[in-house]
Design a protein around this ligand. Structure first.
Ligand code: DGL
Length: 264
């Protein structure tokens, strides 16, 4: 399968929400997923550290022979895309621009963005949104406790509802009409987030938009698998037990093969 797979990485299980969409939209493709579980979270670390981790994750996947790299992590997409594009020959797709496109296409113009501290302090979402919709008002909030809650599987727990209430109150005070889930872990907290924002706010998850961009790029570059039977391999940098257990909720199905690897 050398040179045939699509490589995907995240700091942990969050990127499996993107992997799930790719499996749905591209059932013939081989997917190689790396969760850098030994070093999660990325969201609280500096851009220099996250860039180094992202380069090491990409290096590992490129060594497996991939034709396309999907950075299924908003934090790494926010701070490391230019370096990744410079360092590797394969096309690199991040989740941030597809997320911004999806938010703007939904028609909202008071747009809230939630993400990790790294993503929010990079200002990358604001820039991407205002480039597409210069008249939009953008409000953002870092939600550092969302990642451990999602990793813990506490997606509909009362604690998740309470934390979501605290984090989202300032955005709701700004009367947002759209909320971008700017972290691939956050779709797991959808119930708690929806309960807090109510039915009137459009929730944007970049996973589906990213998968659409991957489909378009594969077709345009003539790289799409024509008669493959599809399949996935999962790699983690810490022991796989927890990833396999929590990952099921993110992927929506059992993870067949999870191997521990050393990177960096
Ligand atoms: N899922 C990641 C993101 O989209 C990173 C979470 C983390 O490692 O802090 O930003």
């Amino acid at each position: 399968m050398k040179q045939q797979a699509i490589g995907i990485f995240d700091s942990g299980v969050g990127g499996l929400t993107v992997c799930r969409e790719l499996m749905r939209q591209l059932p013939k493709e081989q997917l190689l997923y790396l969760g850098d579980t030994a070093r999660v979270p990325y969201g609280t670390k500096s851009p220099v550290t996250v860039t180094q981790y992202a380069l090491e994750a990409a290096e590992f996947l490129c060594q497996q022979g991939i034709k396309l790299l999907v950075v299924a992590c908003n934090t790494a997409s926010a701070v490391a895309l230019p370096q990744l594009r410079e360092a590797f020959k394969v096309p690199v797709i991040g989740v941030l621009e597809p997320g911004a496109h999806a938010a703007v296409s939904s028609g909202g113009n008071r747009i809230g963005v939630v993400g990790t501290e790294g993503t929010i302090s990079s200002g990358s979402y604001g820039q991407a949104l205002l480039k597409l919709a210069p008249d939009a008002a953008v409000f953002s909030a870092a939600c550092p406790l969302f990642v451990p809650l999602a990793e813990e599987g506490w997606s509909d727990h009362s604690v998740a509802h309470q934390v979501a209430g605290e984090y989202l109150a300032p955005l709701l005070a700004e009367k947002i009409d759209t909320l971008v889930l700017g972290c691939t872990h956050y779709p797991l907290l959808l119930k708690a987030i929806r309960a807090v924002v109510g039915p009137g706010v459009i929730l944007v998850d970049s996973a589906a938009a990213t998968a659409l961009e991957v489909v378009a790029l594969l077709e345009c570059a003539g790289l799409a698998a024509v008669d493959g039977s599809g399949g996935q391999r999962f790699f983690v940098t810490d022991v796989p037990t927890r990833f396999r257990r929590i990952g099921m909720d993110f992927l929506g199905s059992e993870l067949q093969s999870v191997e521990q690897v050393h990177i960096g």
